[in-house]
Design a binder for this molecule. Structure first.
Ligand SMILES: *Cc1c(COP(=O)(O)O)cnc(C)c1O
Length: 504
């Protein structure tokens, strides 16, 4: 069954997967969605005992139908290899009754974005070849921390690609900055900017829309592409791990074939939970998709009231990767609950852009019954970390803690205690200071943690959790700084020209 893609805003239809991946965003600024959902002819129970790469192939091949078997298997093999610190790739960890953490942080940068960004470069270069694109692909990314490093790690030394990452020089954590400025690979370029993340993001979007710049790049044999989470090349690999988690639950006898589970996802841009929804759409037995937000609870309000309203204060929390007021991937769900009506979807997005909000009808809201939304504040995030550690000696990061707290709330409110999978999106070693501060309430700490640097804290966390300091942290402890450039946001295009060796 061939799957083609169309824009949520109606401007493009019948687009093959490889083209959708190359383009990233549709030309009308809509997002690509499958015109039909695949109907897999494979039984989930037949995947029991298969390695991660095999499950990934079974899922991804149903969505990326214009890739040959060889092409896709090659992409998968090059992505899910020794870069991950466990051959399971995404282990499932049981804690307490019917609660399972799906650990998605065993890749190169110890956050779940590695699950998609380790394969996207291979999908992109394969897609370029299939479409006879000979230009070298230049990935432009603005980052508030996690995406930048995961994209750098994914694209470093991949032939046919270059990557430029802009980050706010004074707006990321010391570990995040060090992760980026020590990045190896002759095709990588990391530039600090003197403004904030929004300045970086706005300037990157401007470069994508700059025809004169595209022209100049094309003359020199380059073209821009995007690695951010609206690319279906990031979404499709994420569907695979929800199927994988179910197969693991079948394997250990927690569920019988066809028995429904709940899935809990700490959410920001709505990419990860949308992948779980697509897994459900292709037949994964899922009861509820539980959307966990931090204090930036636009999605919680949306699921409760049917009104999406970004006109509110932006709150900096201890789960920064979820500090988002515009969840881009929600557009794909909106398109679906509007009955695949692109015109209506485009209208809602216009209202969001121009008025800052949109509303859906009561009838449309009923179609959201697969989802429910809850949120967790910073105090309860800390409590969730402390409580799980006390009970199970298991340490989770702040993002995962938001989901753990929310799941507790859902279960208490509904009494629904069927098996649940909680997406664990980052290693606690990535947000060490917040995690140690949370553990202070249940454990003596040696000395004054306020005066310890992030690497000392990592050693302490290792002692507390019994988990070795991950390679990703260990390797930046002493790594030389390779990227030192800092520019004003206005000079970002020049930095790109300089890196590519193009005379202005
Ligand atoms: C990006 C990120 C999220 C949010 O995921 P979305 O797909 O944007 O909803 C949650 N946790 C961590 C650690 C992240 O890096």
């Amino acid at each position: 069954m061939e799957i083609l893609y169309r824009s949520t805003r109606g401007g493009e239809t019948g687009v093959p997967a490889s083209k959708a991946i190359l383009n990233g965003l549709a030309s009308d600024s809509g997002l690509y969605v499958p015109e039909n959902m695949p109907n897999p002819d494979v039984q989930f129970k037949d995947l029991v005992g298969k390695p991660y790469t095999e499950v990934a192939y079974e899922v991804m091949s149903r969505f990326l139908t214009d890739f040959t078997e060889d092409e896709l298997r090659n992409c998968i093999k090059n992505a899910y290899d020794e870069k991950f610190d466990t051959p399971e790739i995404a282990p499932l960890r049981k804690t307490g009754e019917n609660t399972y953490f799906l650990e998605l942080f065993h890749g190169a940068t110890i956050a779940f974005k590695d699950m998609a960004l380790s394969i996207l470069p291979h999908l992109l270069t394969t897609a370029a070849k299939k479409n006879k694109v000979t230009d070298e692909i230049v990935i432009l990314t603005a980052t508030s921390g996690d995406t930048g490093k995961a994209a750098l790690a994914g694209f470093a030394d991949v032939p046919g690609t270059k990557i430029v990452v802009f980050y706010p020089k004074y707006g990321v954590s010391p570990v995040q900055e060090k992760q980026m400025v020590t990045q190896k690979g002759s095709n990588t370029c990391v530039v600090g900017i003197t403004g904030n993340f929004d300045d970086a993001q706005t300037a990157v979007k401007k470069m994508f829309a700059d025809h004169a710049m595209a022209e100049k790049l094309s003359e020199a044999g380059f073209r821009f592409s995007s690695a951010n989470s609206i690319n279906i090349g990031r979404l499709v690999p994420q569907i695979a791990y929800y199927v994988w988690a179910y197969v693991k639950l079948l394997e250990n006898g927690t569920v019988s074939d066809g028995e429904k589970i709940n899935i809990v996802v700490p959410t920001g841009n709505f990419g990860n939970i949308l992948a779980a929804y697509y897994a459900k759409e292709i037949g994964l037995p899922v009861h509820k998709l539980i959307c966990a937000s931090n204090e930036n609870k636009v999605l919680y309000d949306f699921f409760r009231t049917g009104k999406y309203d970004r006109r509110r204060e932006f709150i900096l929390t201890s789960s920064p990767s979820m500090d988002i007021l515009i969840s881009s991937n929600l557009e794909r769900l909106i398109y679906s609950i509007l009955g695949n009506d692109a015109e209506a979807c485009a209208e809602k997005m216009k209202s969001l852009r121009e008025e800052g909000y949109y509303e859906i009808t009561e009838e449309q809201k009923e179609k959201l019954s697969d989802f429910c939304g809850y949120f967790c504040d910073m105090e309860n995030t800390k409590k969730a970390i402390a409580s799980l550690y006390s009970k199970e000696k298991y340490v989770i990061d702040t993002h995962t803690a938001v989901a753990a707290d929310v799941y507790g709330r859902y279960r208490a409110e509904t009494g629904d205690d069927r098996p649940a999978v909680i997406a664990s999106t980052a290693s606690p070693f990535k947000f060490t200071r917040s995690v140690i501060e949370a553990l202070e309430s249940v454990r003596e700490m040696p000395g004054d943690i306020a005066n310890m640097d992030d690497f000392d804290l990592a050693d302490l966390l290792s002692e507390i959790s019994g988990v070795p300091v991950p390679g990703a942290v260990e390797e930046i402890r002493t790594a030389p700084i390779l990227h030192k450039k800092v520019v004003d946001a206005g000079d970002m295009p020049q930095a790109v020209y300089d890196f590519l060796g193009i005379q202005k």
